[in-house]
Every structure is written in C-alpha cells, then in structure tokens.
Design a protein around this ligand. Sequence first.
Ligand code: APR
Ligand code: ZN
Length: 253
Amino acid sequence: MSYQSITPGECAAKLSGADRVVVVSGAGLSTAAGVPDFRGPKGLYVTRAYDPEQVFEIHGFDRDPRPFYAFTRDFLSLLGTIRPTFTHRFLVELERRKPETTIITQNIDGMHQRAGSRRVYPMHGDYETAHCRGCGRGYEGSEVEAMLEHQEVPTCDRCGVAIKPDVVFFGENVRHFNEAQSLAGASDLMLALGTSLTVYPAAMLPEIAGGEVVIVNQGEVGMRPRPGVFLADANLDEFFQSVAAELDWSVEE
Ligand code: APR
Ligand code: ZN
C-alpha cells in the first residue's frame, strides 16, 4: 500500500473543517531558515559534521561535554542570525484562527516560540533552561550562554560539575509525553511536518492520532501507510504558501 497523496487545496479543505489541529514538527521546518536537519540530504548525521553518539548522547556528555558544547556554540550563534520560516509563521496564523491548535515539536531551536506560537510542547527540550549534572542546580539558558563567553564547558558555581542545557539526549526521557499522547488522541487533524518520523516516541504520535494525518516532508518517512494518512512529498514553505492562498489567509512577515 502506498500513501494517499494530498494537494495544498485538499489540505486547506481539511484544515477548514478541523478544530483540534495537532502539529508534530521536525527539523525540516527550520532548514529553509538555514538550520541543518539530521537525516535530510545535508543533515548533520549525513555530513557527519557532528558525531551523534558523542554530541547528543547522555553518557557521552558525562564522559566529555566538549563535543556537545562545540555543537552548541555553532548552533546558538546560528540561531542568533536567522528568523522563522514561512511555515513557522503559517502555524502562528493557524493558532490565531483555531485557538486549540497545538504544536508538539522535536526541534530544540525555539523557532516556533520566536515566531509567536504559544501552545508549543518541546518534546526534545530546548536551551531555555539548564541543570548541573552534579548537584542538579538549575540555570537560565542566558546564564549558560554568558558562561560560554569564557568557559569551554560551563561548570556549576556550587559544585564545579558540568552544566547541561535541558535538551533531551538519547538515553534520556522526552518531555511532555503524556500530554502529547492525549493531544494526539484528541486531535481531529494532525500535521506531521518536516520530520522523517524515525525517532520514537515522537514518531508514534501519528500512529495514535484521533483523526486524519497529513504528512508534508521531502523524502522518506518512517511511517507505514494506512487509510486516513496522506503524504505530500513537497517543500514545506512552497506547500503552505499554496495552502494559505487557498484559504485566503495573509501570513505575517
Ligand atoms: N521541506 C520539506 N521537507 C524537508 C525540508 C523542507 N524545506 N527540509 C528538510 N526536509 C525533510 C528532510 O528530507 C527529512 O526527511 O525533513 C526531514 C527531517 O528529518 P530529520 O532530519 O530526521 O529530523 P527529525 O525527524 O526532526 O529528527 C528527529 O532525531 O536526532 C534526533 O533529536 C533529534 O529531534 C531530532 C530527532
Ligand atoms: Zn552543581
């Protein structure tokens, strides 16, 4: 069985009739802004720019936090130079018109929040807060960024152990999973955007969606086709510019 395809017009019609839209977003949402994804053609795991086992793995971090902080320096300085994509901004308009819209994101770049979306659950955490790996003391993300100016690895001023931003590593539990499960089950339409749907448990959410699922993603997705699941193998911003035109929605610049 192959996926049922879907056009922007058909997606617009489904959005018009939905009230409880749940968006599951992935790294593909931010590539147009210049943030590399992981498994796309220029993804971090494809170019091997960073070794995922070293950078995003909790035991690797506790052994040596330097690779993660080398990535973090590049990542945070990149975030300072970019702005949300059209699709991020389309989702803000969607929430404005349909206030029960909720975004469950796998992204750690904070771009949904920066664009103005309010109901955002960062399942893989983000850089807003951090905790000491020794005594558990909490820090603001801004404090860690300030430490990065003069420390290769920010350390706790109470116990001297490395501080780790509250990004979810492989080997750690994701955030907000119970809410994500109930939101997915209660949704009457789910959009899975810019994600290869290969990392669990986020990849499970479209399997338990209460209504139809529309996947918009260029390239392979790790989800079995089933009735009620539609796939547009398309560029996200181009697709949602067409959806916005079909709906006659003007999306803030
Ligand atoms: N339009 C449409 N699709 C795109 C675009 C775009 N402009 N840019 C990239 N894509 C697609 C890529 O082809 C890829 O299939 O988005 C998908 C992104 O998939 P991944 O790189 O696997 O990212 P994601 O699914 O978010 O990864 C999940 O893996 O490493 C962990 O914690 C990390 O949150 C991440 C998780
Ligand atoms: Zn400490």
